[in-house]
Design a protein around this ligand. Structure first.
Ligand code: DGY
Length: 309
């Protein structure tokens, strides 16, 4: 019997090919009329592969058994409703940690050396008659990591390789980690040059990097976000960046993606990136393989590899 699967996000070619070999795939993310597609096939969908399953979508899929999330963060899935309906949810941890950690360090270097601005400077032909200001090094600076999970630890070891001092904040201290722990995020923000958010999204962390935290980071501090737009008070961040009370920001995630506030786009003390933490060939291929492995396990009645709910 053929199994109908709803795909909600673009995946590597090899993954999509393998999905098409196993399932009758309905592509929601490229559908011209999404509402119509769900009206037509919603009743037969038993699996989802992709990202983000809000309550209204899940409610229209009465036969849904499994959501194989193409990503580690699953804050865009209505987990309470999935649990209530005994729908399995899996994610793709570990395989993208290097990719996200590399982007975090990349954003820091991009900000520190104003690489996007430097690129524009050369392209615009301004090099012949002017020069760029000198900026700062990562070496010798202190980075405070908000969320020392799998990815946070990868960022920490790379920051150490950049000769930085690493400290962290999280729900609890991790005594086996060599870094100084701060129970109070505001106190950590006051003591660091860089504050890197890599905590999970969702309501537990919404607004965690508050106006007070950003003010504590101060005019010489830089906020880096590779977590979720929801973890920071975006409005306060823009205001503080505009009036110089926050030194800078390097951001891969935003509150209302893909819409980025114009005020943020107009600022020169920010580096912006379109939520691409896991967007490397290596990570995306491994994520796709994990999505497939979880779907295969489910439909073979075997234990799931990376179940979150
Ligand atoms: C994820 O997988 O949740 C991250 O957003 C990668 O960027």
């Amino acid at each position: 019997m053929s199994i109908h699967l709803l795909q909600t996000f673009a995946m590597p070619e090899t993954t999509e090919k393998a999905l098409a070999e196993r399932f009758v795939v309905h592509k929601l993310h490229t559908a011209k009329d999404r509402d119509r597609l769900i009206a037509e096939v919603g009743g037969s969908i038993r699996a989802i592969a992709g990202i983000g399953v809000p309550r209204d979508l899940m409610s229209r899929l009465p036969a849904l058994e499994i959501i194989a999330n193409f990503g580690v963060g699953y804050d865009a899935i209505d987990i309470p409703l999935a649990a209530e309906r005994q729908i399995m949810v899996t994610n793709t941890p570990d395989v993208l940690s290097d990719a996200v950690a590399e982007l975090a360090i990349g954003l820091m270097i991009s900000f520190a050396r104003r690489l996007p601005q430097a690129d524009r400077f050369v392209r615009d032909g301004r090099w012949a008659d002017s020069s760029l200001p000198v900026y700062r090094e990562l070496s010798g600076g202190t980075v405070g990591i908000v969320g020392l999970g799998r990815i946070g630890r990868e960022i920490a070891s790379r920051a150490q390789a950049m000769k930085m001092r690493v400290v962290y904040h999280g729900r609890r201290e991790q005594p086996r980690q060599p870094y100084l722990y701060y129970a109070d995020l505001g106190a950590m923000a006051r003591d660091v040059d860089w504050l890197v958010a890599i905590t999970s999204g969702g309501k537990d962390t919404a607004g965690l990097v508050s106006r007070d935290v950003l003010e504590a980071l101060g005019p010489d501090g830089v906020f880096v976000n590779v977590a979720r737009g929801s973890v920071v008070d975006e409005e306060a961040m823009i205001e503080l960046l505009t009036n110089g009370k926050l030194g800078g920001a390097a951001l891969d995630v935003f509150a209302n993606e893909p819409i980025v506030p114009e005020a943020l786009r107009n600022l020169d003390n920010v580096v912006l990136s379109p939520h691409q933490g896991s967007a490397t060939r290596e990570a995306r291929d491994a994520m796709g393989a994990l999505v497939l492995a979880n779907l295969d396990a489910h439909f073979a009645g075997k234990p799931l590899l990376t179940r979150v709910a």
